[in-house]
Design a protein around this ligand. Structure first.
Ligand SMILES: NC(=O)c1ccc[n+]([C@@H]2O[C@H](COP(=O)([O-])OP(=O)(O)OC[C@H]3O[C@@H](n4cnc5c(N)ncnc54)[C@H](OP(=O)(O)O)[C@@H]3O)[C@@H](O)[C@H]2O)c1
Length: 230
């Protein structure tokens, strides 16, 4: 199975790529600015092919998928996250988030679907922020709620050849500084499983959607230690 992971240079994307490689899949590594990290991930995935594209740009997305030529699976992981007071968000701030988090996810799905023959699988990484509202991240929450509905609508549009599912991460800090952020610390305290997530938790869920029965499509799996139910 050949699978492209977007934003795979580091953090959650890297963990997904490494896990899929360990499962014997042929992993393709996408990155934008983190070339050195991407090279390390590619090396750790058995000298995986590397693809650079700024996903804000649909022409670059299409050029990347044309170059790839054939895919069995796509993991849309790349995204942006910013915090803004709702009364000071400008149009450029809105576009900064939506161009990558929602528009690019759609055009990556469309481009991938064109080169998935005869069947394919897509996993879109959304967020707990697409399920529960976060007051300081209104634009981000809207983009991720969009990813969830995009997943469900595309699952219908691309059936029966392609499955489309989503993994919604809860809290996944990658440094003590991130973990100490008061908002993050409060979310961890409220998480029923009593800890923050680690990237392997997400990789596990992605792997499930890539290997499970094709009868599972249009689903959103929250990987959040139960936080979405609080
Ligand atoms: N970490 C969390 O707590 C958390 C919680 C909920 C949901 N999520 C979701 O899980 C996924 C991974 O999270 P993360 O924290 O590991 O993500 P991240 O480090 O913030 O971003 C992942 C990658 O996205 C790529 N990216 C950003 N803008 C891009 C652009 N214009 N073109 C191409 N690539 C671009 C970057 O690639 P380069 O570095 O190569 O530029 C970056 O390394 C995201 O979808 C995120 O929204 C994360």
């Amino acid at each position: 199975m050949t699978v492209l992971v977007t934003g795979a240079a580091k953090r959650i994307g890297r963990a997904i790529a490494l896990r899929l490689h360990r499962e014997g899949m042929r992993v393709l590594i996408h990155y934008s600015t983190s070339e050195q990290d991407a090279r390390r991930t590619a090396q750790d995935c058995g000298d995986a092919p590397l693809y650079r594209a700024n996903l804000e740009n649909v022409t670059e997305i299409r050029a990347m998928f044309n170059e790839i030529g054939h895919l069995d699976a796509l993991v849309n992981n790349a995204a942006r996250f910013t915090k803004f007071d709702v009364m000071s968000i400008e149009e450029s701030d809105w576009d900064f988030i939506h161009d990558v988090n929602l528009k690019a996810v759609f055009f990556c799905c469309q481009s991938a679907a064109r080169i998935m023959q005869p069947t394919g699988r897509i996993v879109n990484i959304s967020s707990l922020g697409g399920i529960r509202p976060w007051a300081d991240h209104v634009h981000y929450c809207a983009s991720k709620a969009g990813v969830i509905m995009l997943t469900k609508a595309l699952a219908k549009a691309l059936a029966p050849n392609i499955t489309v599912n989503s993994v919604a991460p809860g809290v996944f800090p990658f440094s003590q500084k991130e973990e100490n952020d008061p908002r993050v610390a409060a979310m961890i305290r409220r998480t029923p499983m009593g800890r923050a997530g680690n990237a392997d938790d997400i990789a596990e869920a992605v792997l499930f959607f890539l290997k499970s029965t094709r009868f599972i499509t249009a689903q959103v799996m929250a990987v959040d230690g139960g936080l979405s139910q609080r």
